[in-house]
Design a protein around this ligand. Structure first.
Ligand code: MEV
Length: 340
């Protein structure tokens, strides 16, 4: 069991505080389709967000400002749903770029939920995964547990609807939701550096999820596109296990085309996908995350060169190592920042 650490009162800090960090993620395959129960594969990145929670004062604050629905929606939902004690002071250090499709909201949510769980004296990882999903889902109004479960578990995960579980890895947990849910498994992901290119256009997960829902309702052919995305995910399992970059890259290209058909591509993201595909050494490139802006991800044998080309094209490149640890607790914020 984890227990909230006691420490002497210094500079107005309370003696009850907890610090947790959680990583961002890249979805390799399965965005959007996973909401409808199709399988997805995601992996953590080496970018991490840290949340420190102190029990202090007369009002709940975030980074010195009174907590507000408009600016701190995930944190407000987490505190409202999970904390019944005195007001808390939340401090965040975000290493995961926001609205980029690389899991900033899930990293923030998982770290906050884990810190609150620690304050309450429990460390049940499955409950953190369930609570983090609920906080994200309630705040966004839609979505699957792919991001929050990847960020909680670390490494790689496969996820699919409970009635058609992925059955390609080791079972981790089930996430319950209304009359359905998802099965989450741990899967091996290769030791890879991927290049993420942020278009700079902020994509909103909630808006893109709602857009796809409307499009699928109107155009039943898009159900086939969701099926195709699920099949691409299943087709990727063997090449991922065999480090078959050529096959993985070509599946990434196919997945991108499906997401384009779903209507979640954006010209600024397509531009970076085109830049990546034109670059020698690129195996494949696709939107990662919800789309509507945000980021693309590419598999390449020349990450430095591709990062430079993405920057030259106006994008912000990140070379991300996939498969890092999931949620963690810490004694100090500095400990996390130094390790990063
Ligand atoms: C967002 O990172 C992935 C989506 O599939 C939404 C979700 O599953 O929650 C677009």
């Amino acid at each position: 069991m984890f227990h909230a650490r006691a420490r002497p009162q210094v500079d107005g800090l309370s003696d009850l505080r907890a610090i947790a960090s959680a990583p961002g993620k890249v979805i390799l395959f399965g965005e959007h389709a996973v909401i409808y129960g199709h399988p997805a594969i995601a992996a953590t990145t080496n970018q991490r967000t840290v949340v420190e929670v102190d029990v202090v004062g007369s009002k709940t604050t975030v980074n010195g400002h009174r907590i507000h629905e408009r600016y701190h929606s995930y944190l407000l939902t987490a505190v409202d749903r999970l904390w019944e004690g005195d007001p808390v002071r939340l401090q965040t250090e975000g290493g995961v770029p926001s609205a980029s499709g690389t899991g900033s909201s899930s990293a923030l949510t998982v770290a906050a939920v884990a810190a609150i769980h620690q304050l309450k004296g429990d460390d049940y990882i499955e409950e953190i995964a369930q609570d983090a999903f609920e906080v994200e889902r309630v705040t966004q109004g839609g979505g699957s547990p792919v991001d929050t479960s990847a960020s909680t578990a670390g490494g790689g995960i496969a996820i699919a609807g409970l009635d058609t579980p992925p059955e390609i890895g080791d079972p981790l947990w089930d996430i319950e939701w209304e009359d359905g849910g998802w099965a989450v498994e741990a899967v091996h992901v290769p030791d890879l550096t991927l290049v993420v290119g942020n278009s700079g256009v902020k994509g909103r997960t909630d808006a893109e999820v709602a857009k796809v829902a409307r499009a699928v309702q109107k155009n039943s052919l898009l159900r086939d596109t969701l099926n195709d995305i699920g099949q691409i995910t299943r087709d990727a399992v063997a090449p991922l296990a065999a480090n078959d970059w050529v096959a993985i890259g070509s599946l990434m290209d196919k997945a991108h085309d499906c997401m384009h058909m779903l209507g979640v591509n954006h010209p600024a993201v397509q531009k970076l996908v085109d830049v990546a595909r034109a670059e020698a050494g690129t195996f494949g490139a696709k939107i990662t995350g919800a789309g509507g802006g945000g980021s693309m991800v590419a598999l390449t044998e020349k990450p430095e060169a591709l990062a430079a080309s993405i920057a030259a094209a106006g994008g912000t490149p990140y070379q991300v190592k996939i498969g890092g640890p999931g949620v963690q607790w810490h004694a100090t914020v500095e400990e996390v920042l130094e390790a990063a």
